[in-house]
Write a protein of this length. Sequence first.
Length: 409
Amino acid sequence: MYRKYLEDERTSFKLFWFIFVLYALVYLTKNCFSAAMAAIVHDGVMTKTQTGLISSLFYLVYAPLQVLGGRIADRRNPYTVVMISLLGSSVANFAIYLNQNYIFMLIVWSLNAVAQFGVYPAVFKIVSSQLAKEHRVKSIYYLSFSNKVGLIFSYFVAMFVSKWQQNFLFSAIVLLTLALVTFFVYPHIDKHMVDAAQIEKKQNVSIEKKSSVGLFLKSGLYVMIPIVIFKTIIQNSQQIAPTLLMESYGSVSPFLGNFLSLFIIGASLLGTVFSKYVYYHFIRNEVKGYILIFAFLIPFLLVICFVGKLPTILIVISLAFVSFLCSGTDLFNSFMSIHYAKFGKNAEAAGLINSAASIGFVVQTYGIALIADLFGWLTVTRLWVAVAIVSIILLASIYKMWCKFISEE
């Protein structure tokens, strides 16, 4: 088990910002296909169904491999896991730049999901276990913004490249550069690290060893899988907000719909900041925080059930509050995973939660769109209310388990 960490705060600070930039850029490349989808369809290279299948298959492959990535990152050098993932993903992106055949892209983009199996768990392992102890919790909070930065820049890249194929060339170059930089930076970092195992041996202290299955059952983490899926389904309503508004209100243009969705995304950024304040000053319990968020979500979700009947502004405000509240759960997910660092299982816990979020993304993107087409938006909005209620019931069932688990740390 790889259990080195930094004590020097200056080196720890530099490492965090390196990891922040690295993950933001990786997230940029992971979303380069989504950013290029409009141009791919516009050029007649593929249909919406075909691009949707490629994007969906990526996350279906990516989701279960996050658990494997977490197990490996907990047991092996996380920097090696990151470098292998970066190199593999670079090759996949470069291959798509050279060949845009539909079947070829379907296979290679799925292999890209395989290549990226360990990036997030390894990054989480580094930030939550290897930074100086004083930096870890704050760094997890700041790291939560890196994916948003990467997502924004992925669309900027798509806007400024002359051909959509260049998205993949740009991504391939970025990933290869990151792999090389990591290779040369790691020895400098490693010489500043101390080995926790050697210190514990000198102090006659040993880490408490527990199986992942037993630990996750005891703490209730496995019950969090459907909850995170449900949360992601609701949270990603911001992605379909333009379509929801345009189809429900004839006066909402595509431009205005997209502008309003940016307003909703902005609310999620504020929600992350607000959640951190509430967590430290009032809650200090992730499951309790989840219960409160879902409880506050229900009134706004009920308002959205009347989309098309109530004024547009009320629906937009409600969608913004949904985004605002749900963003707090992302932070709680990270804080939950930190609790498993004592047992050397924090990367695996993070991978499990990230896997559930990926499944939720696929269900929301394609399942919810299908339900809307078949049964209408009223059914979708009622479904959001139902999953919020079910989530509260599931969270209540593990509340005592979680309280006992965190009190034993």
